[in-house]
Design a protein around this ligand. Structure first.
Ligand code: PMP
Length: 371
């Protein structure tokens, strides 16, 4: 029987990638050193040299998170992979989960927990709202959750949520404290161990300036106790920490066994971006982000624009949000900026879509150009 082939079409054209200034909340422009690391030749994901690189990544994450947790890895996947890994491993069917929703990321985690059959309770504030420790403690006492979720850097609102004291409250109520730092790590201080955060994750593509596709995550002893003493297996095979801890050499076994093929090039880039952060030093990175954000805030306010988060101390240095001036169509403004200035900026997300525009300064590259 004679078969006809579909046409090859656009695959015969060379790849075209325009240069863009990425001022949206991820991905960020990637410095040449990190791009070059990702362009190195591939080695096997189970080669000893790859294990060394993964060991370096683990050390780099421990520094960036300020933790000594052994159970520290990078997920093969974007920030959502880390989000799902955290929830899937620590929560079992029917268990109570409490989620602080003040932007899209709480909404997302609530949905993830709901999909896996958790009994989800939400505390809701308008985008950019701050939960007091008193409000959190009341909800912990009422819902007795096994897990409480809070976004440190709420990128959809431009908020850096205070974290101090919440870990202690979670301990008191026998709850694990899960914090999302996808948009804030490297830009806004976080001290995983000292702030008693049980599970912390981030993404590669924001202030770390690596390509998207890998996501650091760390679990402390309390979290390990819960996730390795489950009655049932986690719903995801790929995100099962029993397997991932072996793949990352964290389970004390002499051999690392095949579980999945990790993103080798992504790990090279992540390793290099963590090395740049370590060379620069966290304090310097935080200072730099704050300084650049300060210039941006002043410039915007001098132009008569209103920032979405009014309290300066609560603004996320990596993601600045502008209240959309009345009478303006934000989609048209963003299209204009892209067309005439080659710059990506974005609108809000989820509940903040109609209210704010996001501009990020979460790029070391951008910062290095400016200062
Ligand atoms: N959390 C926050 C705070 C984010 O800003 C993002 C990405 N915009 C995510 C989670 C999800 O990360 P990803 O798109 O890498 O899955």
């Amino acid at each position: 029987m004679q078969r006809t082939l579909f046409r090859r079409g656009c695959m015969l054209r060379p790849l075209e990638v325009p240069f863009r200034y990425l001022f949206g909340p991820g991905p960020s422009n990637v410095p040449p050193r990190v791009l070059a690391a990702g362009g190195r030749g591939i080695i096997g994901h189970l080669h000893p040299e790859m294990y060394e690189i993964m060991n370096d990544i683990k050390k780099g994450i421990q520094y960036a998170f300020q933790t000594q947790n052994n159970m520290t890895i990078a997920m093969s996947g974007s920030g959502h992979a880390a989000m799902e890994c955290a929830v899937f491993n620590t929560v079992e069917l029917g268990e109570s989960v409490l989620v602080a929703v003040n932007g899209i990321w709480g909404e997302r985690v609530a949905e993830i927990a709901e999909r896996m059959g958790a009994n989800v309770h939400i505390m809701v504030k308008a985008p950019g709202g701050v939960f007091s420790n008193g409000e959190i403690e009341k909800a912990l006492a009422k819902h007795k959750p096994v897990l409480f979720f809070l976004t440190h850097g709420e990128s959809s609102a431009g908020l850096a949520h205070p974290v101090d004291g919440i870990g202690d409250l979670c301990r008191k109520h026998n709850t694990l404290f899960l914090v999302d730092t996808v948009a804030s790590l490297g830009a806004s201080p976080i001290f995983m161990d000292q702030q008693n955060i049980d599970i912390l994750y981030t993404g590669s593509q924001k202030a770390l300036n690596a390509p998207p596709g890998t996501a650091p995550i760390s679990f402390n002893e309390r979290a390990c106790q819960k996730m390795f003493n489950r009655k049932t297996k986690p719903v995801s095979y790929l995100f099962d920490m029993a397997h991932l801890s072996n793949y990352w050499g964290n389970d004390g076994q002499p051999a690392r066994l095949y579980h999945h093929t990790g993103p080798v090039s992504g790990f090279f880039s992540l390793r290099e971006s963590l090395a740049i952060l370590a060379e620069k030093g966290l304090e310097e990175s935080w200072r730099h982000h704050k300084e650049v954000a300060g210039y941006l805030w002043k410039g915007l306010e001098d132009m008569g624009l209103k920032l979405f988060i009014q309290n300066k101390d609560l603004r996320l240095p990596s993601v600045t949000t502008i209240a959309i001036p009345e009478g303006y169509n934000w989609r048209e403004m963003l299209q204009y900026i892209m067309k005439h200035h080659n710059m990506e900026m974005t609108g809000g997300l989820g509940p903040s879509t109609a209210n704010c525009l996001c501009i990020t300064t979460n790029m070391n590259m951008f910062i290095n150009h400016c200062i």
